[in-house]
Design a protein around this ligand. Structure first.
Ligand code: DLL
Length: 439
């Protein structure tokens, strides 16, 4: 008996054989490279410098010959230097803030928008979305790609779309209850906050009509997934993407929840060693690199995402054949080096959720007397809170021990009062690295 019938938005492509996918990719890459070479002087110069011509690229196997592009290139070419078509053919700009300096600005033709929205539609259908759903989008709208991307995907699926944008949580909840939202799209940290607020307002998880959530734009752990699923009474699906490649929907989770299928007919993925740039074999952990296969306005060849993950091609029970990427295990540039040890915020979050703490925390890294310090502020929930100092100190000591086991270095844990850490409505700011402010 088939219980959980898999649904596809574009079944012929989402379940295509490996040979068929390669055929599509090989055909598209030849055209995409030629398009870039002829229209993007910045990248043509990089290819010329490396001695590669469009004739050298006959299939995706030849992608290795191409030069990389990085965020630094985007900054240098800002704003129009990587444009692949006349501005008059572009209909949209989206943007995201980088960690430093100039914003990333991406351009879209109408065909680029259609492709992007189709990718998001695939994600919504994979999460069980149909034209009978009420899709509540509280990713930010405007320059951020989250709102517009999922909004477009939701329209394509035919869901009744609620373009809420982020913020005003009580109003979000009122609409959610009154209009019977069934699919929630936002960052995982905001989903956790909505769950927390619902409980505070006296609602139980079964009081809402939500069945699924499509959460992404920031790293989140399996523990966080389980906690959100419990608080909202839903199945929570991951979605990944970045402004440079179009936005959300480059990859998305299916019912198996064991990684995100990359839309391989539009994006070719590689994993490289972030230090040497060497391509790594399947199954190895490294930096994710994307080559767009059919973008017009903002095509990117071998774009280094800085996201660290693993690609796998195990057969998926959902029937999709596209390669899967693991949850990004932090970004190579998010990695903190503390006293010489690599530390990722996701490791800290995993410890907190495993030990029954809230996902509301802040990491403060500093340098005192030439030594790095790591402080972790962790919010207690009202049941954990105690006004007995000795109890709190004992809990802090225990958590410091757990952290040392996970991270390999010592830290100072500060348990703080419920509600004292500011909630995020978009991407959560987890790390304050004061060393960077001094440099
Ligand atoms: O965050 C696009 C997006 C919107 C994705 C809504 C998913 C949902 P940017 O602002 O350009 O675009 O940030 C891209 O965010 O390189 C990752 O480091 C991180 N990121 C995105 N999705 C995930 C995810 C959007 N599911 C950067 N898990 C990427 C972990 C993610 N990190």
């Amino acid at each position: 008996m088939v219980t959980n019938m898999p649904n596809f938005y574009q079944p012929e492509i989402e379940t295509a054989s490996r040979e068929k996918i390669l055929e599509i990719q090989n055909e598209k890459i030849v055209k995409q490279v030629r398009h870039v070479y002829e229209n993007v002087k910045y990248y043509r110069d990089l290819m010329d410098k490396k001695g590669v011509t469009p004739d050298d690229i006959k299939s995706v196997d030849d992608i290795k010959k191409l030069p990389f592009l990085s965020k630094d290139d985007l900054r240098e070419a800002y704003p129009y230097g990587l444009l692949g078509t006349d501005l008059k053919n572009c209909v949209r700009i989206q943007s995201t803030s980088g960690t430093t300096g100039r914003r990333v600005v991406a351009f879209y033709t109408q065909a680029d928008i259609d492709m992007w929205e189709e990718c998001c539609a695939r994600a919504i259908v994979a999460a069980g979305g149909t034209n009978e759903d009420v899709c509540h989008v509280c990713y930010g709208y405007g320059l951020f790609t989250g709102g517009p991307g999922l909004n477009g995907g939701s329209h394509k699926v035919g869901c009744l779309t609620l373009p809420m944008s982020s913020g005003n949580t009580e109003r979000q909840i009122q609409f959610m209850m009154d209009l019977g939202s069934t699919i929630l799209c936002c960052t995982p940290s905001y989903a956790a906050y909505i769950g927390e607020t619902l409980a505070e307002m006296g609602y139980k998880p079964e009081d809402n009509k939500l069945k699924a959530g499509i959460f992404g734009a920031e790293p989140w752990t399996e523990e966080m997934r389980r906690s959100i699923e419990k608080s909202l009474g839903i199945k929570a699906y991951d979605i990944y993407g970045l402004t440079e490649t179009s936005g959300p929907g480059v990859s998305f989770e299916c019912s198996e929840q064991t990684g995100m299928h990359i839309n391989e007919d539009h994006f070719y993925a590689e994993i490289i060693d972030p230090d040497t740039g060497e391509t790594l074999p399947e199954g190895e952990k490294g930096e994710l690199v994307f080559t767009s296969l059919d973008k017009e306005a903002f095509p990117l060849l071998r774009y280094r995402t800085r996201d660290i993950c693993v690609l796998t091609r195990n057969k998926c029970s959902c029937g999709r054949t596209h390669v899967k990427m693991s949850k990004p295990m932090g970004r190579s540039d998010d990695m903190m080096i503390i006293r010489g040890v690599n530390v990722f915020p996701s490791q800290i979050e995993a410890v907190l959720l495993k030990t029954g703490y809230t996902p509301n925390y802040q990491i403060i890294v500093d340098r005192v007397n030439n030594t790095d310090t790591l402080d972790i502020n962790v919010e207690l929930n009202p049941e954990q809170f105690s006004d007995k100092l000795s109890i709190i100190q004992e809990m802090e000591k225990k958590l410091e021990h757990e952290m040392r086991t996970m991270l390999g270095i010592g830290s100072k844990v500060h348990l703080v009062a419920p509600k004292s850490i500011v909630r995020s409505e978009g991407k959560a700011v987890r790390v304050i690295d004061k060393r960077k402010l001094i440099d």
